[in-house]
Structures are given as structure tokens and as C-alpha cells.
Write a protein that binds this ligand. Structure first.
Ligand SMILES: Nc1ncnc2c1ncn2[C@@H]1O[C@H](COP(=O)(O)OP(=O)(O)OP(=O)(O)O)[C@@H](O)[C@H]1O
Ligand SMILES: [Mg+2]
Length: 145
């Protein structure tokens, strides 16, 4: 039924749960699994003087990419028992928008994500990323709780 499953990973417990769910489903369906992380853009400071801050902005972005790759490989390692083919992807941008774009560009037929992520504000059933993706993604979305 599903051939290519995308799991959105932010390093939260629920995104790991979503990945485990995806791996089990992929192994049962003979589907490919892709773990995808989005590095959110840093705020831009228009008055940032390049001679005073040097490459700090780029260094921070590099560090977030490094951290994102670590999150992806740690999650991937937890899925090994399921023996499914796993690929990973990482990009810079607004998470909900990039996740929806990835579904389209890679022709994914199922997207799996957590209902909440790393956000600190409790009380909402869904975070802003899962909320937005559920409304805009062009494929079925499975929200793990
Ligand atoms: N940067 C990201 N890259 C990939 N997936 C993400 C990212 N951020 C969130 N997700 C996915 O969305 C799910 C829900 O996270 P979301 O960010 O919506 O909730 P939250 O962090 O609790 O709230 P908020 O971010 O609005 O404060 C996560 O479990 C994960 O699957
Ligand atoms: Mg979040």
C-alpha cells in the first residue's frame, strides 16, 4: 500500500516513537523509509556587523546541521532491528514548509510525525509544526501520540 514513508525527526521522544512506528510499517509493507530533519533558520540581525561577529552566523548553522545529523543517525540506529532500507535527509528552512516540500519532491505516500516535539509550552494537543503539516501535506499524515 505504501511505497515511500517519510518520518519527520526533531529529536523528541515522540519523533523517535514515530520513527519506530514507521520502521515497523515499512518492514510489513516492503516500503522505503526516510528520516528527515529540518534546521530552522536563525533570526537575521540586519545590524550585524561582519567584522565584529565574523563567521558566527555560519558557524551556528554548521553546528545545527551537525546536531541534526547526529539526531538522524541516533534515530536510525534504534531502527536497525527492523531491517528496512533507511535513508536520511536534512535541510535548512521552516520545518512545516520543508516537510511538505519533501513529501512532494520525493513522492512520499505517507508522512509520520509526533503530535508534539521539543517545544516547551505544554497544554496544546499538537505543536505548530504538526498542526501546519496536517493541514497542508499532500499525502496522508499519521500523527503519533
Ligand atoms: N525541525 C524539525 N524537523 C523535522 N521534524 C520536525 C521538526 N520540528 C518538529 N518536527 C516534527 O513535528 C512533530 C511535532 O513537533 P512540533 O514542533 O509541532 O511540536 P512542539 O515542538 O511540541 O511545539 P512548537 O514547536 O510549536 O513549540 C515532531 O514530533 C516531529 O515529528
Ligand atoms: Mg517544535
Amino acid at each position: 500500500m505504501y511505497k515511500k514513508i517519510l518520518v519527520a525527526i526533531d529529536g523528541s521522544e515522540l519523533s523517535t516513537k514515530a520513527a519506530l512506528h514507521g520502521a515497523e510499517l515499512a518492514s510489513k509493507m516492503g516500503a522505503e523509509l526516510m528520516l528527515f530533519h529540518v534546521v530552522p533558520p536563525l533570526p537575521s540581525f540586519d545590524n550585524m556587523s561582519p567584522d565584529r561577529v565574523g563567521n558566527i552566523h555560519q558557524e551556528l548553522v554548521d553546528e545545527f546541521f551537525k546536531q541534526g545529523r547526529e539526531i538522524l543517525s541516533q534515530t536510525e540506529a534504534k531502527l536497525a532491528v527492523h531491517g528496512v532500507g533507511i535513508s536520511t535527509g536534512i535541510t535548512l528552512g521552516h520545518p512545516a514548509e520543508e516537510i511538505c516540500k519533501k513529501v512532494d519532491s520525493d513522492r512520499c505516500d505517507l508522512l509520520i510525525m509526533g503530535s508534539r516535539g521539543l517545544g516547551q509550552i505544554k497544554g496544546y494537543l499538537m505543536g505548530s509544526v504538526s498542526n501546519r503539516v496536517c493541514r497542508h501535506a499532500k499525502c496522508p499524515v499519521l500523527v503519533v501520540r
